[in-house]
Design a binder for this molecule. Sequence first.
Ligand code: HEM
Length: 696
Amino acid sequence: MYTPLWEFCRHKYIVYTEGVSASGRLKFHLLCGSVLVSHPRQWDTPETLTMVEGKNVVTVQDDEWSDVEQVYRRLEDNSGLAEAIAAENRKYYQLLSADGISCYALELLKCYSEAMMYTPPELLVGLLAVLLGTLLLLRSPRKRLSPRFRFPMLGDTIQMAKRPSAFLFSRYKEFGPVFTLDLMGSIYYVIADLEAQRRYLYRTEGADAAIPIKAFKMLTEVPSPNSDRVNHPIWRKVTMAAVGPQALQTLFPPVLRVVQSHVDSWGALAAAHQQGEQQAQQGIQVPIYQSARRLGLALSVDVLAGVELPATVDRGQFKQQMEMWMDGLFGLPLAFPGSKFARALAAKDWLLARIMPAIREVHQEFTREWDAASGDMGTMAERMIRQLDRQAAESVAGGGGGDGQAAAEGGGSSASSRTGSADGSSLRAAGAGGCDVAGGGGAAQQQAKEKELLHTLGRLPQAGVLGFFAGKFTGLRESAFAVLQTAAAAADTTRVTLLSTLALVAMSLRVQEEIFAEQQRVIAEFGAELSYKAVSNMPYTEAVVKETLRLLPPAAGGMRVLTEPLQVGDVVTVPKGALILSYSNLMHCIDPALWDGNTAVDEPAHMDWRNNFEGAFRPERWLSEETRPKYYYAFGVGKHSCVGAQLVYMEVKIMLALLVRKFRMRLQTPDMLSRATWLPFLAPAAGTDTMILEAR
Ligand code: HEM
């Protein structure tokens, strides 16, 4: 039935549902100045891009509208909120005015021109002339920090994407230990001077840890607690207790369960292939880009982010949306319909609409505890650390993680039996959630009676919520971001590490045989079941992971924004406000333990895996003090260095152990890595990422 606009506008609440053409009526709904209530939105229109939860729309939990009554009650009870939303929507007509539409079109064109890789030749020549003229005019005795010419708009992005280490090394040779990089529209100062680095890496004054990338900021909304200089040390302590070295034994069972289920699924793929004789000869094919991506996501979402969602939420879809959200973090913030960024924004709304109801109770509980502690971060932190330490102790005492059988069963946790699944698709894994750890006994039961904080939230988001509260971000929405930020910290870097380790190991039969020999020693000593003790006794396999991260570091390193000028040597002063990086690839190139100072080469031999694979990829160098690299920046250095490093070693060692015990690996396209691109992360060229598994 046809309902004219003025009929709609009589209502206090207006329901918006998406449809094939019905989505187009959203602008009319907004114009009414009523309270707009919507289901989680999947599609973009120019109007949905302007919608902000709680500001001009209220979104129910799911497409079934199962919580619509609660939403209605909430709005009725909170007339201030309802009125604010209606008032916000009344302003919408301004956007539809002639000026509003012109402004939108102009922005669209600007975004489009930024995204365009093509610049008309006449414009290019003109720009070049202006650029050269300006540079000649401005020539001054000051030290230059970049070449006279850079590609307009693209800057150094293409060269960095192709061969980052060699490119950074060439800049270092030309400009010395400070130079600038123009990447994806931002200028970064790369600092390779140890004395200057020491000042900003070990001091908290002078520089803030921050990721001032526009897309990242819009998609994460709340600044990470590590950028809060005052509260960072306490937040870091809780974070360390949650996922640092002392938490590894607690985290071992869920990690093993997730990795095992993924590797087994690759093996099942293998079995299917081996049924065909011809395929058996060719070996088993595993697409490692997607496989590593899925495993990295499962580890970060299932084990670390760990939020218990209602059964109505499709867990596979939740992960898909998580991937979509992460895909937008480091790209251009162009929200035109269909763009990666627009999809990421929509995924953010979708995810928040699911996470917020799931953690509402927990958030209320935390708020009560916070008030009871008079908002004192230290008191709350002590309590949380005590709880985490107790879990770690129970884990050791109860054998959680030390015993392979317990591990295979999810560490005997009640959470695993409730939410676990064979493919690791649960959103909360055993022992990871913060309270359901293995181990029993009277004392444990007694402690179980004690009310635990945030019992339906993962260990790392718990620390995030604390950091947010300390920074006065106390809303439910902000706490939900703790879950998303956890996934962001762990997923991309982990999946790239899994991928690059698989690639390098598959390229070296020698290294595989060394890992295999170590596995045989480990099996003889600790038994065939993979246990926490066994994984802690694999020095060679761990060296393989470190060597991979030395050669192919997934992250540039810690990013800082200077809050005061930074003097580097006698000549250069990097200005306040500058974005600085101690680029890990470059620091690994100029490692004094490995580099002889030869600047005649394109890339030092110890980094040049393209032309000197056997000489460059040498895990053994980590095994003795004389040959051990001196610079290792893959996880950052100093006060903000990565808290997840030991966890990553454990995760990758488990994967390698499980694979190498059963298979020999090789790449179907041996030069896969040479043909890959590296910005923002390693991405093989299409169709080149197949790894062949041959049964031992
Ligand atoms: C191979 C995978 C990983 C790499 C290469 C990596 C790398 C880094 C780097 C370069 C930093 C910044 C250091 C700085 O600012 O100086 C960092 C910080 C951090 N990482 Fe990781 N990371 C990885 C995995 C993880 C995982 C799995 C977690 C969670 C368990 C994690 C949690 C964090 C946190 C919380 C910080 C901030 C620490 C602070 O500011 O005090 N990372 N990581």
